[in-house]
Design a protein around this ligand. Structure first.
Ligand code: GLC
Length: 461
């Protein structure tokens, strides 16, 4: 039997096969270019490229809402939020465990702090939330029978995960749980790598905590594992872990950080699309810290955040954008400002993101692109003046307009260039203006074709 969340060798071969097929299908053969024949399909090479169809169908069904959601809020909150030096402080500053544990008594968040997070997430156009239930520091934000190092038995005096779940649901947002396998606090957290009895104890502890999370909070939409150090999938018994998770939560989706491929990949702090057919989500901080670091002022601009969201949607992926609330649960003001501004933009342009399908068009120094069917959305972040040009578009455009206002835009299309003209000299929208172009087929761009095939002239002028 093939279990869900497992990546067989067959699956990885399938991905490689799909990749080659996508590359072959990606651009139309240019008349002046020598076209290299596509590699024979995996099936022709005698390799079975298919994951079991019922598993593919099951994953597609479970992930439908997530693909439509596109944009989520990550929340890093724990004892490190009280300390305010980034969530890696315990290790990076070499803090003794007994000293770090004192933070658990000082952690006194205001009641229902998560309501403001959920409100802000909704305001920003985010459709789901993923909160740290236990980060590397080992402190459990939830009620557990397995350790006293948990919110109800320490400073908070209550179950913070329960409050979070309730807050997310109240705003109609999907609920995700982040869970770090690596644990800097548990006595077996490191020695499990070399001591089999310790490994068994620690795996039972870990599976036990996950079982509680999957049992005590109703329907959970995402389980977001993190850092598998110091074991591999066999050591964590990750297949058994996922089987338990799916048994308790048949609709859940899981990521790929317990050593198995799970349902989606998780590029971190960079936007790199996975091969076609594989779901992916870029997770990113708004400054340089996941957990609250009071002195970190390296904030991304709202324009960068919207550009990133566009870039993820262009590649068929999701964007999970982090906030690091303080120990009292309050959100740093720069995050509130930026998410509110992203929300203003999403109020007008949201459907160009939510409805986006993987888009072949991606080259410009002034714009990002998304696509829905034959509609191309040109998200201009460096507004050049009254004319915006895109090179190498191989699809005919028959109409265009400014997306936010519907104001028509004149299209001048030549073989190698399309120009959108007669637009205002200064950007009509902030931080990004979107032009909607109706194409007569799925838009395809090939700028190499421009380089190779655009007629040249003699060396004399
Ligand atoms: C890394 C970091 C961790 C953070 C995570 C988010 O794994 O160790 O602190 O929670 O990235 O993706």
């Amino acid at each position: 039997m093939i279990s869900r969340g497992r990546m067989s060798r067959r699956d990885s071969l399938k991905w490689m096969g799909m990749n080659a097929a996508a590359a072959a299908a990606g651009s139309l053969p240019a008349p002046c270019r020598v076209v290299t024949p596509a590699a024979p399909a995996a099936r022709e090479r005698g390799i079975e490229p298919q994951e079991a169809p019922e598993l593919i169908a099951d994953r597609e069904r479970r992930m439908q809402w997530w693909h439509a959601a596109k944009f989520g809020m990550f929340i890093h909150w724990g004892l490190y939020s009280v300390y305010g030096h980034h969530e890696w402080a315990m290790e990076d500053e070499g803090i003794p465990v007994a000293e770090y544990e004192q933070l658990a008594r000082q952690f006194k968040p205001k009641p229902n702090a998560a309501r403001a997070w959920a409100w802000l997430a909704k305001r920003a156009g985010q459709k789901y939330m993923v909160m740290t239930t236990k980060h590397h520091e080992g402190f459990c934000n939830f009620a557990t029978q397995l350790t006293n190092y948990c919110a109800p038995r320490q400073g908070p005096g209550r179950d913070l995960v329960a409050e979070y779940v309730e807050a997310a649901r109240a705003e109609g947002l999907r609920v995700g749980f982040y869970y770090s396998l690596m644990d800097w606090h548990h006595p077996d957290g490191a020695r499990c790598a070399t001591d089999e009895a310790a490994r068994r104890r620690f795996v039972e502890y870990t599976h036990g905590l996950i079982r509680e999370l999957m049992t005590n909070y109703g329907k959970i939409d995402i389980l977001w594992y993190d850092v598998a150090w110091p074991l591999d999938a066999a050591g964590w018994e990750s297949e058994r872990m996922n089987e338990m998770v799916f048994k308790l939560q048949p609709e859940i989706i899981v990521n790929n950080r317990n050593g198995l491929p799970g349902d989606f990949s998780t590029p971190e702090q960079h936007i790199t699309a996975a091969e076609a057919g594989r779901a992916w989500e870029t997770c990113m901080t708004m400054n340089d810290s996941w957990g609250y670091q009071r002195a970190d002022d390296n904030w991304k601009t709202t324009k960068t955040l919207v550009r990133n969201l566009v870039e993820c949607a262009q590649g068929g992926g999701n964007y999970l954008l982090n906030i690091g609330p303080r120990g009292d649960g309050s959100i740093p003001e720069p995050s509130i400002e930026r998410l509110s501004e992203v929300g203003d933009w999403m109020d007008k342009h949201g459907s160009t993101i939510y409805e986006a399908e993987r888009c072949n068009v991606n080259r410009s120094v002034m714009a990002g692109f998304t696509r829905h069917g034959n509609r191309l959305y040109i998200h201009v972040y460096n507004w050049p003046g009254g004319t915006v040009a895109v090179g190498g578009l191989k699809t005919k455009i028959h109409a265009a307009r400014l997306y936010a206002t519907g104001r028509p835009v004149t299209v001048k299309q030549e073989e190698f260039r399309v120009q959108f003209t007669g637009m205002p000299e200064t950007a009509p929208e902030t931080p990004i203006t979107t032009i909607e172009a109706e194409c007569d087929g799925e838009p395809v761009q090939d700028t190499l074709w421009v380089r190779e095939c655009r007629p040249r002239r003699g060396v004399g002028v």
